[in-house]
Design a protein around this ligand. Structure first.
Ligand code: BTX
Length: 327
């Protein structure tokens, strides 16, 4: 039986009980099968009242990011299809990597309630505590040359930032290349991992970490000053499955635009949201620290910095240091 359809029915009638007969007619299954599914939902934390003769009424939806919960909200054609949900993982990047090696199609996502070894860029740690955030990875197989892969990082930032804006009282900004921020606090981060041969990208695994329902005190001391959550700015808890569906919708729209028309619109949207362009910055790369005015991003997603000697330097990967000296 389609569990999703049962949930949809219950959700559509939260104001009154739905009789077992009504459900079994709608789903074309026996009343015993309905009862079994109701029990299954209860095991997953759904509170469902059962009044004799009147039927079932959904009283409380658990805050789960499981497959069914996401499916209830999903409006995409390709992204988030299928969904792999695990309660605890090392990293959702690993789950998607394994699936990709087995030949999984573009659009697959892995979501976890908790990551024990959530990763940031350059070997850094991404704090991924249970219940509080969205820890998810998406498999893409774009047919583009490897040098364009950084464009996908910027595309991810635009798609994610726009989706989160609809939950926030004021718009997020983007710090190059991939921090989504509000009041300079990091609300979300993106890790793009690519496998490619000489001419073509094979797989891109986009890892997105979004702080959703953390409250003051939920971040470690190290992060307390620099991290933020949607809840801290929106003032209320958000439904994580709903936020996931919004992100995938926004992502699909931007990804289709990119595949059809190229990087132009993504670049413009990214530039409009960038909070560092035009200011004096220090960027730490693997070899040196580059200082100067952040000018623009290039067609390949790199950052151009005008140094004090007047020369322009293009930085492909690095970290903009916070609290730069003014000048
Ligand atoms: P990043 O290298 O830009 O950021 C990592 C840095 O951000 C850390 O060194 C720390 O200072 C800070 N940080 C760590 N955790 C958090 C947090 N929860 N909120 C705000 N700041 C934090 C960004 O890397 C890329 C993050 C991608 C995370 C996703 S989650 C799903 C997928 N699986 C996985 O292992 N990683 C990705």
């Amino acid at each position: 039986m389609n569990k999703n359809r049962l949930l949809q029915l219950l959700m559509a009638h939260q104001d009154r009980p739905v009789s077992g007969q009504e459900i079994s007619d709608d789903l074309q299954v026996s009343r015993t099968a309905v009862w079994k599914q109701i029990e299954e939902l209860r095991k997953n934390g759904y509170e469902i009242e059962a009044a004799s003769r009147r039927g079932y009424r959904l009283v409380r939806i658990p805050d789960r990011v499981g497959t069914e919960e996401i499916m209830l909200h999903l409006t995409t054609a390709r992204l988030g299809r299928p969904i792999i949900y695990k309660d605890t993982v090392t990293s959702t990047q690993e789950i998607v990597r394994e699936e990709a090696e087995k030949g999984a199609k573009e659009g697959l996502i892995a979501v976890a309630n908790e990551q024990m070894q959530g990763r940031g860029r350059l070997g850094r740690v991404w704090q991924s505590r249970p219940e509080q955030g969205i820890w998810m990875s998406l498999l893409l197989r774009p047919q583009v040359p490897p040098r364009y892969a950084p464009q996908l990082t910027l595309l991810s930032a635009v798609a994610l930032a726009e989706a989160l804006d609809s939950y926030l009282p004021e718009p997020t900004t983007i710090k190059w290349p991939n921090d989504i921020r509000i009041h300079k606090r990091k609300v979300a981060g993106i890790l793009t991992e690519m496998q490619a041969d000489m001419d073509e990208v094979q797989t891109v695994i986009v890892g997105m970490g979004i702080n959703v329902n953390q409250n003051d005190g939920d971040f470690t001391e190290e992060l307390a000053e620099k991290a933020g959550s949607i809840r801290q700015y929106a003032g209320v808890r958000q439904s994580r499955p709903q936020v996931i569906a919004s992100i995938l919708k926004s992502y699909e729209t931007w990804y289709n635009e990119y595949l059809t028309n190229g990087f132009g619109a993504v670049k413009a949207a990214w530039t409009a949201k960038a909070d560092t362009l035009g200011s004096f910055i220090q960027v730490e790369t693997s070899r040196q620290t580059v200082e100067g005015k952040a000018l623009r991003i290039t067609e390949e997603g790199a950052l151009q910095v005008q140094r004090s000697d007047g020369n322009t330097q293009t930085v492909h990967s690095g970290e903009i240091l916070d609290d730069p000296p003014s000048g």
